[in-house]
Design a protein around this ligand. Sequence first.
Ligand SMILES: Cc1cc2nc3c(=O)[nH]c(=O)nc-3n(C[C@H](O)[C@H](O)[C@H](O)COP(=O)(O)OP(=O)(O)OC[C@H]3O[C@@H](n4cnc5c(N)ncnc54)[C@H](O)[C@@H]3O)c2cc1C
Length: 716
Amino acid sequence: MKKYLIICLIVVAVAAYWFFDVDRYLSLEGIKAAQAQLDSWRSGSPFLAGLSFFVLYIAVTSLSLPGAAVLTLAAGAFFGLLWGVVIVSFASTIGATVAFLVARFILRDSVQSRFGDRLQAINRGIEQEGAFYLFTLRLVPIFPFFIINLLMGLTPIRTRTFYWVSQVGMLAGTIVYINAGTQLARIDSLSGILSPGLMISFAVLGLFPLIGKKSVAWLKKRRVYAKWSRPGTFDRNLIVIGAGAAGLVSAYIAAAVKAKVTLVEANKMGGDCLNYGCVPSKALIKSAKLAHHIRHGDDYGLEAVEPSFSFRKVMARVHRVIATVEPHDSIERYTGLGVEVLSGYARLVDPWTVEISLNGGGTRRLTSRAIVIAAGARPFVPPLPGLEDVGYLTSDNLWDTFAVLDEPPRRLVVLGGGPIGCELSQAFARLGSEVWQIEMVARILFREDEEVSEIAEASLAKDGVHVLTGHKALRCERDGEQKFIVVEHEGREHRLEFDALICAVGRIARLQGYGLEELDIATERTVVTNEYLETLYPNIFAAGDVAGPYQFTHTAAHQAWYASVNALFGEFRKFRADYSVIPWSTFIDPEVARVGLNEQEARERGIAVEVTRYGIDDLDRAIADSAAHGFVKVLTVPGKDRILGVTIVGEHAGDLLAEFVLAMKHGLGLGKILSTIHIYPTLAEANKYTAGEWKRAHAPKKLLALLERYHNWKRR
Ligand SMILES: Cc1cc2nc3c(=O)[nH]c(=O)nc-3n(C[C@H](O)[C@H](O)[C@H](O)COP(=O)(O)OP(=O)(O)OC[C@H]3O[C@@H](n4cnc5c(N)ncnc54)[C@H](O)[C@@H]3O)c2cc1C
């Protein structure tokens, strides 16, 4: 309502301006003609004249009306250089700020909600360097004053910053104009006031603060190295600490471009993904799924029987799978690719030197021009009283611990309702454990939309998992051989007995013990890096779980490209890590896959979206596979087919998502997906049908009505 009132007021004021032909008076000729009259008024009542001029100036500039330049000249003519500058400097800045605030009030929300995702980079730039950009724009009078006011209103720059930067930035131009105005009679046109030479000087002056800022940043960077003595030459171009996904890819890229690279791994090649994470968990999930199918054989016209199996053999298969994948990440393979691989624990000694305590004994010191830290993360163990006493497992040790069991643990507690907790809970329930999954917040998979959490919870419950959301683990207790966990729900305590407990409440970056502290490399849950993945030291980079913000194998590999390329070629060109299209999947049944925005994020960030859904229960292939459940949900820019985010729940959701990931990455809309042939009958057709749903919702209704009349007429 307020918005409309303001818009009405502006429209009335602008209409009045044109209706009463104020424009005529605010021209060079108009001012010159009235000069004698205005001069005498100013000499008679200087204060009133000054105040009236001040108010008029604010009105013209705040309404973005033409005439500000002429008024500035007039200020010089009537009030002289000093008072002219004082009056115009404040009036123009106040007027500019009013225009800025009006643009912000009326337009910013809708612009940000419509283009918010595209404006992210601009917003970030304005937050970091907005004052400098504004200063440059203000100093160079070729950028129209009113456009700067309106555009800046749409950005997140603070009003206070806008005000003072505008006032300081416009001062030089104001003085030039006011000074010219003192000679008003001799001025024939506005264009001659600023000579090209003066314009260039202003432009150089405008760039000066930006150059200054960059120089300060450069000096700061130099200063971080001041206390270290740089080696004259280097043993390596790159040393990589950690041979998980991030480290392996970094080393691979370095070797591929013929850099001399050493990869150091303290534990097992392949890191967490191969040995304790993705690979064993997905192998276990597959066996569990098969057990589930056998149990529900009647869904496929077979006998539904309780699967009989040896858990030890299931776990042996898990280890066989790891062993089969192992050669991809092995020392032999990487050595063959040209990487020197050292087994040992690496420690940063200074910004260029790494000391390696070799697993076989002895140490080695190597210097390198650049270093990539890819030390990964480890499971977070909550400080629960009694936990150490009852004993617990994490992804680090459960694969070996369970490998010697003939039966899965009879009663299993899984702490955590995130992706890892959900995957393990369902898999063990399907393999015969009675599972209690404990989650403190109100729902599992809380980063996904609520309906996704509901489907996941229902599905886990169907497999027998007791999903205890809103339950806070308080402590663990032991009574002889019996182990318990005490949880609180709605103010009441409950005690659950268990045989094994898995902590899956998150993973924390490995930050201690390898020199980050000694080198003062900042950490805040992860190693702090800039957008180029540089740490405090521009030659030391971080990638993967140790750097965050995502904790996936594919994001670790993605960051590794930026870290290694920036490390080796940063002098020529540096690349900002691009997180605009990050997909992920939770491998429960039904799978949950997502890329980009979901509905809850769009709401939180105030981004307007249009939601298109397709129910997979309708899909021929899913029906044939007895997998007719789940949905594809696509968020698009309202009225357009540009994809902002996709959530898929269903069989092979992670695989189906790939088409949308590609589309988002390369700016292909739903129209392009609809016009692409998809094989019949496949699950991938769900993507095309979703695009079809969008198209149907945007059918040109008037044109179709006309066509109907045309066809009716043709039948006559
Ligand atoms: C149960 C589970 C399931 C998962 N499932 C998936 C999934 O399905 N999909 C997915 O994308 N992600 C999954 N993840 C996450 C994935 O495993 C990680 O995101 C990925 O391993 C991160 O790779 P990284 O290279 O950053 O770290 P890591 O793989 O942890 O590698 C870091 C390596 O650095 C070594 N290291 C540390 N410090 C030193 C040092 N000072 N000197 C020498 N070496 C050192 C460590 O020993 C380690 O091997 C899962 C994780 C878990 C635990």
